[in-house]
Design a binder for this molecule. Structure first.
Ligand SMILES: [Zn+2]
Ligand SMILES: [Zn+2]
Length: 313
């Protein structure tokens, strides 16, 4: 062992003793890439510098930005309440500008309020500019309405996924009927997100259990069946709802992550600026995936490989 080898060995072993590794350290191997499929520009008023620092702190190497639709007062925006995705999020132009400023690290989706007359041409304009998906669709519309079916047809034409926020009585109505859309549009990959999507991993879920149900999960939930029965249904692990679903019954989760290992995608949907620690739900979701994935290969699929394939990154 030369002096240099010995120094490197000692550094590695002392880091290991602290539960750390040389990965990402100067001279160490590059960090494993992580794709975050769910972030927003202007989220809860956060500046772009805060978003970029947050993503770096979380160890994210590629971020998918999800634009809001335009601000309008319609039934589908709950008379403006859902503008900015109900969280001050900015639209297509702001997302494209940030992605253009960081061409390797950021890509953008395309979005619009789906029942506006010009929703399809507006979204199409950004798909032609390279948007990697349609979303985040978070509006008060029936999931099988003519307006939404036009969105699905557009997604089919451009071969991009559609990301939908499912929230009972608020956004995307008719979750129990969505199987018909999955069967009708087999060429469209759908990504399920948010409270009603995650609450329904439980076969015994009821509306009365609320949006963030706790405790043991019974197999056979509607979400689990959509994932099992439809090759075009994917799941977005982001937000408090995703983290709650991962941590409420860890024995169920290990099995769920194994069974749907090719269908689940890491996202943060995280508003803070820290990017680490107790305040950062996105960092906690990464930690939960690392803890609960039954193998390194499953962990890598959830944190990176599935998204790379689905969005052709
Ligand atoms: Zn979101
Ligand atoms: Zn965070």
């Amino acid at each position: 062992m030369t002096q240099v080898d010995r120094r490197e060995f000692l550094t590695a072993s002392s880091l290991a003793a602290l539960g750390l590794s040389l990965e990402g350290q100067p001279g160490g191997p590059p960090p494993e890439p992580v794709i975050d499929i769910h972030q927003h520009v202007g989220y809860a008023g956060r500046a772009n510098e805060g978003l970029v620092a947050h993503q770096r702190a979380m160890g994210v190497t590629t971020t998918v930005l999800l634009p809001a639709g335009r601000s309008v007062s319609t039934a589908s925006t709950h008379v403006g309440k859902a503008n900015g995705l109900q969280a001050q999020c900015l639209g297509n132009d702001a997302c494209f500008q940030l992605a253009a400023a960081h061409p390797k690290a950021y890509v953008s989706g395309a979005n619009e309020v789906p029942d506006l007359d010009d929703a399809v041409p507006e979204i199409e304009r950004y798909l032609k500019r390279g948007a990697v998906l349609i979303g985040e669709q978070k509006f008060g519309v029936e999931c099988d309405s003519p307006a939404m079916q036009k969105i699905y047809q557009l997604a089919q034409a451009f071969r991009v996924p559609v990301l939908m926020h499912w929230q009972f009585d608020m956004y995307n109505y008719g979750f129990e009927r969505f199987g018909k859309m999955l069967a009708k549009y087999p060429g469209v990959n759908f990504i399920g997100h948010a409270q009603t999507w995650w609450a329904n991993i439980d076969g015994k879920h009821t509306v009365q259990a609320g949006l963030y149900p706790k405790g043991a999960v019974t197999r056979g939930g509607l979400t689990d069946r959509y994932l099992s029965d439809h090759p075009n249904m994917y799941g977005d692990l982001s937000a408090g709802s995703g983290l709650n679903a991962l941590t409420r019954d860890e024995d169920f989760t290990r099995d769920f992550l194994t069974r749907h290992q090719g269908k689940l995608l890491y996202g943060s949907d995280c508003t803070d600026v820290e990017g680490t620690g107790a305040k950062c739900q996105g960092a906690q979701t990464i930690a939960a995936i690392r803890r609960l994935a039954a193998s390194k290969s499953i962990e890598r699929k959830l944190l990176h490989d599935n998204a790379k394939q689905l969005f052709r990154l």
